[in-house]
Ligand binder design. Structure first.
Ligand code: SF4
Length: 301
């Protein structure tokens, strides 16, 4: 039984599908990278998994049981199983609470342990994420972005979740701090925590994630093992994203994919038709998902 099953998930807004046809399974200890440009549907997918949005199509199942579509009251006992870390660490933390209070709050809400046990658990978790214990007396406004992100991760882990969802967790951090957080996430993954890692950063995804889902315009374009996909860039869009990764050893500007006008110009066809260097008449019919990608003309070899 999978930890999380996402089946044909779809959400419509103002008559347009903002997410459609997304299916994958998350196993314990597995990390999924969700990649795509802004507006690709990454955060929508995260909010559907968290139950902050309800799908118009398909379903989410947690440990084999229904999760989406349930009233919050029925979901509450299983809420500790999945926790989230958001993009802007300082904005996502309560500004008037001290670090101690922030870490202890999930335990208070879910009635775990007495005051002494909660304090000890908070101290242990701070140590685990390398957050300096003296700074737990302060409120988030006193911390750097890196420290705040560590505390946000620590808070998400206080209930010992089986799945941690992270929405662009590295974007507010400088490269050194981003590297530290990545190492920390690798440790948690090795300890059996499953991850859904939403990111623009393909290099970080390659380091952390076993599986990769590439979204474009709310639809899956590539789905499968991260390493096989990045070692053999068959899909034109994934190849374009990879070529846009800054690489100091590769001179010249990255190839640009132009403006996204897909929704207007490709009704019924591949959403990438207007931007793709390999587009042909055949792309006027939307491709089916193949072994790892949806494309009529993937690159070969
Ligand atoms: S189906 Fe056509 S337009 Fe879409 S990615 Fe493949 S080649 Fe490009």
């Amino acid at each position: 039984m999978s930890l999380l099953s996402i089946r044909n998930l779809g959400l419509r807004r103002d008559g347009l599908w903002t997410l459609r046809g997304v299916s994958f399974e998350v196993e314990p200890g597995q990390a999924w990278g969700i990649v795509g440009e802004s507006g690709a549907g990454k955060s929508t997918l995260m909010n559907l998994v968290l139950g902050l949005l309800e799908p118009d199509e398909g379903e989410v199942r947690l440990e084999g049981e229904a999760w989406s579509g349930l009233p919050e009251k029925s979901r509450r006992p299983r809420r500790p199983l999945l926790q989230a870390v958001f993009q802007d660490p300082i904005a996502s933390l309560p500004p008037h609470m001290t670090g101690w209070e922030i870490l202890e709050e999930p335990l208070v809400i879910h009635r775990r342990g007495g005051a002494k046990a909660r304090r000890e658990a908070a101290a242990r978790m701070a140590e685990r994420v390398k957050f300096p214990v003296p700074s737990l007396d302060q409120v988030p406004g006193r911390w750097s972005g890196g420290l705040a992100q560590r505390l946000a991760v620590a808070r998400a882990l206080m209930l010992d979740p089986k799945l941690l969802l992270l929405d662009e967790p590295l974007s507010a951090l400088d490269p050194t701090l981003a590297g530290h957080l990545l190492e920390l996430l690798l440790e948690f993954k090795a300890d059996g925590t499953a991850l859904i890692f939403v990111s623009h950063d393909l290099l970080a995804v390659r380091r952390l994630c076993d599986k990769l889902l590439v979204l474009y315009g709310g639809e899956p374009m590539c789905l499968g093992g991260t390493e096989p996909m990045l070692a053999d860039l068959r899909h034109p869009y994934l190849r374009g994203l990879w070529e846009a990764v800054p690489d100091l050893s590769r001179p010249g500007a990255p190839r640009r994919w132009g403006v996204d006008r897909s929704r207007k110009l490709a009704p019924g066809g591949c959403l990438l038709m207007d931007r793709c260097p390999k587009a042909s008449e055949a792309c006027g019919v939307a491709p089916e998902m193949g072994l790892r990608e949806r494309c009529h003309h993937p690159f070969k070899g």
